[in-house]
Design a protein around this ligand. Structure first.
Ligand code: UDP
Length: 270
């Protein structure tokens, strides 16, 4: 799955990446909403060879009770990698990395949610990485925000996320595992398309100021595209649940209302 040996180059003389993509090209993305029968909301993402499932339960009673927040629901995201998700068996005990990623995912999703509508409860988001091939934290955010929408949690908007990085001096979007491991750095980011608010921005490796600004713009463009895929996936799931609705415009209107987007200004064109 992931190369154990460093590739000779990450950008070919023709300007293409190890998997043949152009620098600004995303991996193929497959999104499916409502994949688990037992969860209140769920979603699956395949982003290249990265494969993740997210399940949402709640709002529900919070245990342990001392974590209770009187003014809003407690958002509890747990990111875990399956032992078989990486080439070297992942130890089953939660790692520091998993705890850190759980925290940044929580921070990336929370601004999208109207948690104040459910004080003294918990919204649990369980994220399971089935196969990791780079970019798992961003793919996890893409799936988790869809699972939250599927659970009917009131949201300002979905949260698309992507990592932008640098390989052989070239800025590249949506890093695969080799690019993540052997590239010069990466900048995972997430955005609320309804307001443009960036809710995740991390940096690994060194970038000049100009590179960083360009990387963020490339990430925002990619997020605009991912947001469209997320909305499509939600519409498909909605259509399955309410097959009697045949008018596409009716889905659009309902979806906007469900996501609280109807009262928000139009998204700015990129
Ligand atoms: N990885 C691994 N073993 C681990 C953790 C990570 O092989 O225990 C790989 C995995 O492919 C992951 C990549 O390293 O996608 C990059 O991890 P990082 O912490 O940068 O997070 P990500 O890019 O997945 O958000």
């Amino acid at each position: 799955m992931s190369p154990e040996i460093k590739p000779d180059f990450l950008i070919s003389p023709e300007g293409l990446r190890v998997d043949g993509r152009r620098p600004d090209e995303l991996r193929p993305i497959e999104l499916e909403v409502g994949v688990l029968k037992t969860a209140d909301g769920s979603a699956m993402i395949k982003q290249g060879k990265t494969h993740i499932i997210a399940a949402v339960y709640g709002p529900r009673e919070l245990h342990p009770r001392h974590l209770t927040l009187n003014d809003k629901a407690y958002l509890r995201c747990v990111y875990r990698m399956a032992t078989f998700s990486v080439p070297d068996r992942k130890r089953p005990a939660p790692s520091r990395r998993e705890r850190e990623i759980s925290m940044v995912i929580t921070n990336a999703l929370e601004p999208a949610l109207f948690l104040e509508e459910f004080p003294r409860t918990v919204v649990d988001v369980f994220i399971q990485v089935i196969q990791a091939d780079g970019g798992t934290r961003c793919a996890a955010i893409n799936a988790a925000s869809l699972a939250l929408a599927d659970a009917g949690i009131p949201m300002r908007s979905l949260v698309p996320a992507v990592a932008v990085g640098k390989a052989d001096g070239v800025l590249i979007v949506d890093l695969g595992d080799a690019e993540d491991k052997y590239g010069e750095g990466d900048v995972p980011m997430a955005v609320l398309p309804s307001t443009g608010e960036i809710t995740l921005l991390q940096q690994d490796g060194s970038f000049t100021k100009e590179e960083l600004l360009e990387a963020i713009q490339m990430g925002l463009n990619a997020c605009t595209y991912i947001h469209e895929l997320q909305k499509d996936a939600l519409k498909r799931a909605y259509l399955r649940k309410t097959p009697e609705k045949e008018d596409e415009d009716e889905y659009e209107d309902d979806l906007e209302t469900d996501l609280g987007e109807s009262e928000l200004p139009e998204e700015a064109d990129e």
